[in-house]
Design a protein around this ligand. Sequence first.
Ligand code: FAD
Length: 465
Amino acid sequence: MQLHWHRRDLRVADNAGLAAATADGPVVPVFVFDQDVLAHAGPPRVAFMLDALDSLRERYRERGSDLVVRHGDPRDVLPAIAAEFDADGVTWGKEVSGLGRERDAAVRQALDDADVARHSVQDALLHEPGSIRTNQGEVYSVFTYFWKKWRDREKDDPAEAPAENDLADIADDDPIPSLTDLGFDEPEADVPPAGTETARDLLRAFCEDDIYDYDDRRDYPADECTSRLSAHLKFGTIGIREVYEAVDDAKRAVAGTDYDAAEEFESQLAWREFYSHVLWNEPSVVTENYREYERPIQWNQDSDGLQAWKDGETGYPIVDAGMRQLRRESFVHNRVRMIVASFLTKDLLVDWREGYDWFREKLVDHDTANDNGGWQWAASTGTDAQPYFRIFNPMTQGERYDPDAEYIREYVPELRDVPADAIHQWHELDAGRRELLAPDYPGPIVDHSHRREQAIEMFEHARGD
Ligand code: FAD
């Protein structure tokens, strides 16, 4: 008998760890609610995870088995379950974050002490962190070079889903807890449905259509032409090999610009792996700047500005639309994530860690590697970062990527009846005109041109210039 410990791999198909366990099966699938992990989670993510667990348990029950659900410290719980089912081994998918790896090392020790074999498998990524390196053997800090090697490297096929006789014939009565049982409030956002079937539907629909417009339209939030797979990839409700296979098939079925568009999407999957490799190599990036500056960056302590940013009340329409999308849907379009992150760090001059913490709490797809990579890129403190002097202008970004203000009006109802050109000129209108057009929407809380100068000075000081 083998245990398979599910963590961020909440599926049966294309699960490398589960497939490895079946070789020495039958397998008892296990999930452990660990308070130390939950302490870092926000309600949208926990809600998504609980939905994914319901669906996972259903898949096991259809196969005559069950998902064993327990609460506690995995160092105690896993050896106890191994004893309960007389299992001689445990498998799981590898973690990349420093905290996750420390936890896994402690579990390994506990299993060794209990004389239970353990085997961790690379599952969440196509390529093992650290396996793609420069010719000098360094881990990449520039995406473009990483991408070329990543693209050309052979990928594994999806792992086989277990058959009924690969799984232990067991039943578990412990219910999957509710959010309240776990001490969480209901999320203020609508959380999207989880489960492998939902993820497969998204992937199928995307590969039939939007993938071929991806490079032209991905930056336009009103078009909604991205895959929306991020929360599924975060929780592993779909396997990365399965996603890659579908995308690669869609790419090879076409030529010319359609082929390029599909490859552009593949490169986003590579960004995900790039940031995981960075985090694996440099776990301190979660709290520290990746890029070293001569002196500490003198971030602004601006609690009112930070609150206005969180509430979507900055008077910069595209920023406010993004921040309200976050609260309404626990999701923000990628281009808009870049805009709001730039606004917080370069217009409000607030430390990227404040923004990262808010995203961690509110995003359904929060992923330590990607969130950190995105924030540090926008703050000019990361790998391959936005140069500190190239600062997003929130008005021109809005005008360029949401020209008809469709996305803005969707999330900022106060601007619903305001013409698009007035929305994009909001910072330049006088107070009387603004009052006339949208009396309930605020004027800009900072002057972008002035803050741009200050941001450049702040970074030049940090550089020691
Ligand atoms: P698609 O465009 O369909 O992309 C497909 C997949 O590729 C995504 O699901 C994701 O797994 C990966 N991907 C796409 N863009 C990126 C990127 N720039 N970096 C890394 N992976 C990428 N992504 C997260 O998954 N979790 C986060 O917590 C997260 N936080 C971010 C914070 C900031 C400040 C920024 C600028 C970006 C962040 N991203 C994060 C990256 C990106 O915004 C989201 O992955 C994307 O918007 C999710 O939508 P989608 O699934 O429709 O993406």
